[in-house]
Structures are given as structure tokens and as C-alpha cells.
Write a protein that binds this ligand. Structure first.
Ligand SMILES: Cc1cc2nc3c(=O)[nH]c(=O)nc-3n(C[C@H](O)[C@H](O)[C@H](O)COP(=O)(O)OP(=O)(O)OC[C@H]3O[C@@H](n4cnc5c(N)ncnc54)[C@H](O)[C@@H]3O)c2cc1C
Length: 297
């Protein structure tokens, strides 16, 4: 039954990660993972998601809430909130100023206190801002089960809208990406009708490394490039790599982007408008990154 209504379900509160993984191994197919609940509880309230057994991950924050540097990687625990990411060293390092943009574009203060990194990937939704930024950093996702763990590139985590590439006995426990070079930075931009509660139209993020004026490396991600989940513009990146960063180069890249990007039209915006805006936001992200590398904010 759709529509508003109260569902009856059981909740399991695990005492440790091991305890949670045991429940997942025994009852995975009937379990709904609950992190901050800012997405799943909204869907449950309108009966889009049916709850049977909810596994409350919040008690695992003592094990899975952190942002740290280790072995050349930046590691983010799955239960780390958007607020905690903002308050970490990441937003003080100009290479990762994209996380600054993320925070100021993400929902509202109470939401940022609850919304987690693992939950943002877990939604497998095009408008998952953190996932879009993490795609530009070449992030990998750690899936853990009672029988072990495996690393999956973030771009392979999404199968469809709201369909995540994980087995029922697995959960996301960590996200990691390699530390980036000094001459690089990140940016995220979003077009919203209004801030806070309305879903954005277009989200764009980019990572770029410069050698002088030459684009040594670049990754660009959007809320969608054709599939109904976040994705990278690989052909546009390939076109830009090795070229001098200039307005002319970016305008030439527009032609590549419009060929590799297929946008939908709906009541919120026509496809042509979405493609045009994607180009503009890509340009602005790349120019902002350049100024950040040169010492700007
Ligand atoms: C008013 C409003 C505004 C919003 N604004 C934004 C916004 O600006 N930007 C944005 O990106 N999102 C936004 N969202 C969506 C949501 O807040 C985010 O996607 C958030 O990051 C979800 O995290 P959570 O911890 O609350 O996830 P939950 O709601 O707890 O879970 C989301 C999904 O992920 C799964 N999941 C959770 N944790 C794990 C795990 N460790 N391993 C595997 N699966 C897991 C759950 O089972 C569920 O399917 C908004 C939502 C609302 C209601």
C-alpha cells in the first residue's frame, strides 16, 4: 500500500560492528540498514520502502565515525556525518575545498548533523552530493561482511536508481581515496531552486591537477551523465587532459560533454537546459579549482 501510514517493524540495536554483521549474515534479505535515517525514513513514512527488520547503525559510530590520513589515503568511516566531514582537516586543506562546497550546499543544519557518508552512497540517488564529489576523487568503498571485506570503486557501486551493488550480508564500512598532489584542488557546485528542502537540478563536482597552465589530471562528475545515478564524464575528462586550461579549451570541451551526456526532461527542467547548465557549472568548477590552486578560496 502506498500513501502515508504507520508500519510495524522490528529494530535491532547492535552492540558492535561484529554483532551487526552477524545479523546481516543471518537475516540480510529482510534487513533495512538505518544510518542517519534522513532518506530511508522519509521513504518508509510514505510506504515506498517496506520495513521488516531495521538494523540501527547509529551505535556503530564509535567504530565507524572518523576522517583520517593513513598509508597515503584519506579514509572516511561510513557513519561519519556531513557535519563531521566539514569539521575535519579536509576543509582546511585547499586540495579538498570541495568538501567546503559540499557542506554549504547540503540540505539544512539538522540534516547535516544526521546524514552520513555511507547513507549518501547507500541511497544510490542521482542527487547524492557527497557521492558526486567522491567520484571526482576516485574513491573506493569498503564492503564488509562476516566473511571478510572487499573494495569496490565508487563508480561500480550504483546499479540503478536506489539499487546499490552490495550483497544483503554486506554493509559499507569505509570510503577511501588517495591523497592528491599539492597542485590540485576540488570544487562542487549545485543549482537549486532554493536552498535546503528542494532537490537540486544539477550537481557538478570536479578534481583537477595543474602543471603550470596544463591540465595534468582532471575528473568531472555530475548527478547524471545518462544513467539515473551519479556518474563521471570520462570522454570530456580525456579531452581536457594534457591541454592548456583556458576558456577556449573549456568551450571546446562543451562539444564533447554534450555528446556524452544524455539528460532527461521532466516537470522540473527540460533536457537541453540541464545539458547547458552542466556545461556552465563544469566551467565554473574548473576555474574555481584553478584559483584555489593559486591560493584563492
Ligand atoms: C529535506 C532533505 C534534504 C536533503 N538534502 C540533500 C542534499 O542537499 N544533498 C544530498 O546529497 N542529499 C540530501 N538529502 C538526502 C539524504 O539526506 C542524504 O542522502 C544522506 O546522506 C543520507 O544519509 P543517511 O545517513 O541519513 O542515510 P539513511 O537514510 O539512513 O540511509 C539511506 C540508504 O542507505 C542505506 N545505508 C545507510 N547506511 C549504509 C551503510 N553503511 N552501508 C550500506 N547501506 C547503507 C540505507 O539502507 C538506505 O537505503 C536530503 C534529504 C532530505 C529529507
Amino acid at each position: 500500500m502506498r500513501g502515508w501510514g504507520i508500519q510495524r517493524f522490528n529494530v535491532y540495536i547492535p552492540s558492535s560492528l561484529e554483532d551487526a554483521l552477524k545479523v546481516l549474515s543471518e537475516k540480510g534479505s529482510e534487513v533495512t540498514l538505518l544510518a542517519g535515517g534522513t532518506d530511508v525514513l522519509v521513504l518508509a513514512r510514505t510506504n515506498i520502502v517496506k520495513l521488516k527488520l531495521v538494523l540501527d547503525l547509529w551505535p556503530l559510530r564509535k567504530e565507524l565515525s572518523y576522517v583520517k590520513k593513513e598509508d597515503g589515503y584519506i579514509k572516511i568511516g561510513a557513519l561519519t556525518t556531513i557535519d563531521e566531514i566539514y569539521n575535519s582537516f579536509l576543509t582546511k586543506d585547499r586540495r579538498y575545498y570541495g568538501f567546503h562546497d559540499l557542506y554549504w550546499n547540503f540540505g539544512t543544519p539538522y540534516l547535516r548533523n544526521l546524514a552520513t557518508a555511507g547513507g549518501n552512497i547507500g541511497t544510490a540517488h542521482p542527487l547524492s552530493d557527497l557521492s558526486i564529489l567522491l567520484l571526482t576523487l576516485g574513491a573506493e568503498v569498503k564492503l564488509t561482511s562476516i566473511s571478510g571485506e572487499r573494495w569496490v570503486p565508487l563508480e561500480k557501486m550504483f546499479l540503478d536508481i536506489r539499487r546499490l551493488n552490495r550483497r544483503p550480508d554486506e554493509m559499507i564500512t569505509e570510503i577511501r581515496f588517495r591523497e592528491t598532489p599539492e597542485n590540485s584542488s576540488t570544487a562542487l557546485m549545485k543549482l537549486d531552486r532554493r536552498k535546503g528542502h528542494a532537490m537540486g537540478y544539477i550537481v557538478t563536482a570536479a578534481y583537477m591537477a595543474l602543471e603550470g597552465d596544463t591540465i595534468a589530471n582532471v575528473r568531472i562528475a555530475f548527478d547524471s551523465t545518462g544513467k539515473p545515478y551519479p556518474g563521471r564524464a570520462y570522454k570530456t575528462e580525456e579531452f581536457l587532459r594534457g591541454k592548456e586550461l583556458s576558456l577556449e579549451t573549456i568551450r571546446e570541451a562543451y562539444n564533447v560533454l554534450e555528446k556524452e551526456m544524455t539528460r532527461i526532461s521532466d516537470y522540473r527542467a527540460p533536457a537541453e537546459y540541464r545539458v547547458d547548465l552542466s556545461k556552465v557549472l563544469m566551467k565554473r568548477c574548473l576555474l574555481l579549482i584553478k584559483s584555489r590552486i593559486e591560493g584563492g578560496v
